[in-house]
Design a protein around this ligand. Sequence first.
Ligand code: GLU
Length: 460
Amino acid sequence: MSNSINNEFEGYKPKSIKILKKFGAKTWSKIRIKTEKISSEGIILPRNQFAPDEFVEIKLKNGYNIGIQLDSTTEIEVLSQEPKMEVKFDPSEIKKNKKLPNIALLGTGGTISSRLDYVTGAVIPAFEPSELFTAVPELADVCNLETDVVFKIFSENMKPKYWLELAKNIAKKVNAGIDGIMIAHGTDTITYSSAALSFLLSDLKVPVVLVGSQRSSDRPSSDAAMNLLNAATIAGNANLAEVVITMLGSSAHDYGFIHRGTRVRKMHSSTRHAFRSIGSSPLGMVREGNIKFFTQDYKKRPKKDVETIAAKNIEEKVGLIYGYPGLSSELIDFYVDKGYKGLVLAGTGLGHFPLDTFDSLKRAVDEGLPVVMTVQTIWGYTGMDVYEPGRKMQSIGVIPGQNMIPEVAFAKLCWILGNYDDPKEIKKLITTNIAGEITAREPMNGYQIFQGVEDQIKPL
Ligand code: GLU
């Protein structure tokens, strides 16, 4: 976030700056650029703070912006220095279409929040509806949009207290009568946020759709526009009142999945179809404006008006500890010594931690910390009656988390411990399904059940 505005390399990071400097190029230089893969001519545009290093973004003669990877083979020739482009939008020019749903888009940061301005390339504040409509014109056919920047951070910097702030913002908008909510979020921890919001919001009456982007919007391969459009379709039209995530579903990049907020994980660090429902099928899919649900087992918009309520508090002192061979009991003691209020364990296999940690686990339980076991296999259930160590851990007081995904159990414990005091009630809430995080059974064959789903929904 240290990229200063209005300098000669606006938005560019050190490696890119070094290469640009070598050739005497800066923002608004008209250049001819040659790399191993591409040869092109255009004007160097400023970049946004979320854009990756080692790319230059140029505006081509035809008006499109492309990102070009910079490397040791890059050659740049500066043709001229052009004036800075300014394009101003007048938000009042956007007329509300009474037939379309009203959607609020809350920005939190991440790649999706980078400017979607491949048309203008102009330096204008991100997240104005006018800007988004310009960047993704199809959006204006789907909804009336209001936008709000709640945070501007990479999602690895989210904190439980930010989840709470987001939930309070959402409840306010929903109770004011909005038809759907979209949340633009970095993909790294979007599933933590979707899980947390699933618990922090009760009596939800509209869809809350979190959406991200794996590729910056200034790159030709960006998924930002399509994910945003899919999210708007769901938020505006789906008869759904749950927290969900939509991201591209297939390698062909032609549709998005609708994942329940408590049953989804980022399963690949870079591919655009990285998100998968875990231990369940996605709720549905969206393609070219059509929504298809695979199940009827989801909460619908209530017929009578209800008040959506955001939780009052959240507990931030919750630990999430991954089990591994050689894990030292000191680590457990550390959390207790530091005053943590609860622990989620991601155990091996059916929910196991090394024997060496049992005394410290017992101490944690004795000092009043709920300790919840989950499985790091992520598919499947804890099975703590099968082997002796599992039974022993239960006798110590470790609570089997069934098939809660570890980070979902973490978000759930943050919510529970922030809002409840009675140990009995806390234990009951941990083991009770609240928002789809614990299911009675899981499909046996994982991803395979989705082969061929592409054919189930035809574009209009
Ligand atoms: N790591 C950043 C984040 O999660 C950028 C990646 C992304 O937006 O997907 O916010």
